[in-house]
Design a binder for this molecule. Sequence first.
Ligand code: UT7
Length: 331
Amino acid sequence: MTKITAAITAVGKYVPEYVLTNKELETMVDTNDEWITSRTGIKERRILKGKGLGTGYMAIKSAQDLLQKSSVNPKEIDLVIVATATPDLQVSSTAAYVATEIGATNAFGYDLQAACSSFLYGMSTAASYIESGRYKKVLLIGADKMSSILDYTDRTTCIIFGDGAGAALLEANTEGLGLQDEYLRSDGIGREFLKIEAGGSVLPASEETVKNGQHFVYQEGKTVFKYAVSNMSDVAAKMLTRNNLTEEDIQWLVAHQANKRIIEATAKRVGVSSEKVMMNIQHYGNTTSATLPLLLADYEKQLKKGDNLIFAAFGGGFTWGAAYVKWAYNS
Ligand code: UT7
């Protein structure tokens, strides 16, 4: 029997129109363009404005972009996964809503939360369903409205994040393309360093939690930075050694866009030169679950069938990991 692998066969994206520049942030908090650019690589990020618009809105738009570009009939989609840290509503699945809105009426849907590693973990989940033969078409969307959980008076976090969504369709492949290998990790030690304190079951929302600003993202940047650099580099390098790949075999590094310096450190460790490193952090900042699919969408035209891609991500929890993917199509 031919081995079934899971390959990405289409991608789509959506970023909101509103551009929040470093210059504008200078008017909001005590910061400056030079600091943000040199420490993070970010020049601007997109912000979703409009009452009642949440992550689901962007997820739907990215899925519609994918559907419009590809020939896939939404009714053939078996499963919709929305990877997100900012679901539309507590309890109600954002993915179920997205599936219905895009006409994927034969699909079931659920959300997957692993902070900035959500999309990477989602690739693993989607691929497992497909490799087992259980489902044939899985739509994986990474989407986050980070502006909904940021304190725009806190200069240590509000300058980093942005809003956006990216979608990828995964399908069965019999040419050996798609996901080849992965190494996913987590360590609960990270819980204290990157979190939203209140609003969960440990500390439910109250007048006091709102007053204390405990519904906003809290990050101990320096600590997270250190863990991110060493762990993301380690797992990315492991993908090469474990698969007998040298840096010449790699066409692209697809790394979570949290900080340009973290991405560059990972690239250095893997040994790939800068022209092989996908980078769009300057335009979007850190969009959490959306960074990896946004990279794929932005670089889609440059990707060739058979290209070797190394994915790497690191996020809250801590969660992190890497994957080795053979690109499956020319666009
Ligand atoms: O995606 C999920 C995982 N997240 C990450 O991977 C993020 C990891 N962390 C980072 O990317 C970086 O730690 C940050 C970008 C968040 C911060 O950069 P840093 O180089 O680690 O700066 P720092 O926190 O060590 O702060 C250095 C200085 C401090 O001043 P003092 O104490 O040296 O006087 C900060 O108060 O920079 C100050 N600072 C700022 N200055 C201007 C912090 N934020 C700002 C700001 N503008 N926005």
